[in-house]
Design a protein around this ligand. Structure first.
Ligand code: PEP
Length: 252
């Protein structure tokens, strides 16, 4: 009953020209694909050109970050309203690289998540444990703190319109993927937490993506797990063939 969603996080890659070329290739293959929501998240500089290029297709555009205030003296920042103005529909929030390199806390991610909903943007909220946290047996505790902190105070409707991305930090860009069993175990735990902070029906409606070295070769098995509703894809989203295959692997 949950529609899978596959999103490409291009990070700090692609010129405007390269972004338009990539998304034009995706459009050729994916423009009319039903059954999976497709999102590409280019850097800010390429957002408008990518929005214009995907026009008329079923591909949506997301940003990789935003500020929680609507406007004001926040040099270097971009607001949810500014993203909506150019027809961006999604925004990645709390990616582990933002938590690690830019000091984003659960409290900051929570403010951004609420601001995204207020502007009608769908947030993709990232959570995930480090290798040390996993090896110390703290995975569930870390995930619980991040889920409760990042999603604190959302209405049930807002939760339904939130995508949670489980991305074990040790699997991002490392070529190490969580096993399907490891991923499913944490996804099921996240869904239990969502039920605890809202109710069962709401928890069942929330899409939970897996992210961390997803490739065309491992996507199908990961996406076939009962609580894995697609993926957040880094490296493999920078090349059209691999992203197209991963998107198709999410079709039920
Ligand atoms: C990511 O950064 O969100 C990610 C999942 O990266 P990769 O697919 O390259 O591991």
């Amino acid at each position: 009953m949950r529609k899978p969603i596959v999103a490409g996080n291009w990070k700090m890659n692609k010129t405007v020209a390269d972004a338009v070329t990539l998304v034009s290739d995706l459009k050729l293959d994916l423009a009319d694909l039903l059954g999976v929501d497709i999102v590409v998240c280019p850097p800010f500089t390429a957002l408008k050109s990518v929005v214009d290029t995907v026009s008329g297709s079923r591909i949506y555009v997301g940003a990789q970050n935003m500020h929680w205030e609507k406007s004001g003296a926040f040099t270097g920042e971009i607001s949810a309203e500014m993203l909506r103005e150019i027809y961006v529909h999604y925004v990645i929030l709390g990616h582990s690289e933002r938590r690690q390199y830019f000091g984003e806390t659960d409290e900051i991610v929570n403010k951004k998540t609420k601001a995204a909903h207020a502007a009608n943007l769908k947030p993709i909220v990232c959570v995930g444990e480090t290798l040390a946290e996993r090896e110390g047996g703290n995975t569930f505790a870390v995930i619980e703190k991040q889920v409760r902190g990042s999603l604190n105070g959302l209405t049930k409707m807002e939760l339904t319109n939130t995508i949670v991305a489980y991305e074990p930090v040790w699997a991002i860009g490392t070529g190490k993927t969580a096993t399907t069993a490891q991923a499913q175990e944490v996804h099921a735990h996240i869904r239990k937490l969502l039920a605890a902070i809202s109710d069962d029906t709401t928890a069942q409606s929330v899409r939970i993506q897996y992210g961390g070295s997803v490739k065309a070769s491992n996507a199908k098995e990961l996406f076939s797990q009962p609580d894995i509703d697609g993926g957040l894809i880094g490296g493999a989203s920078l090349e059209p063939r691999s992203f197209i295959e991963i998107v198709k692997a999410a079709l039920k």
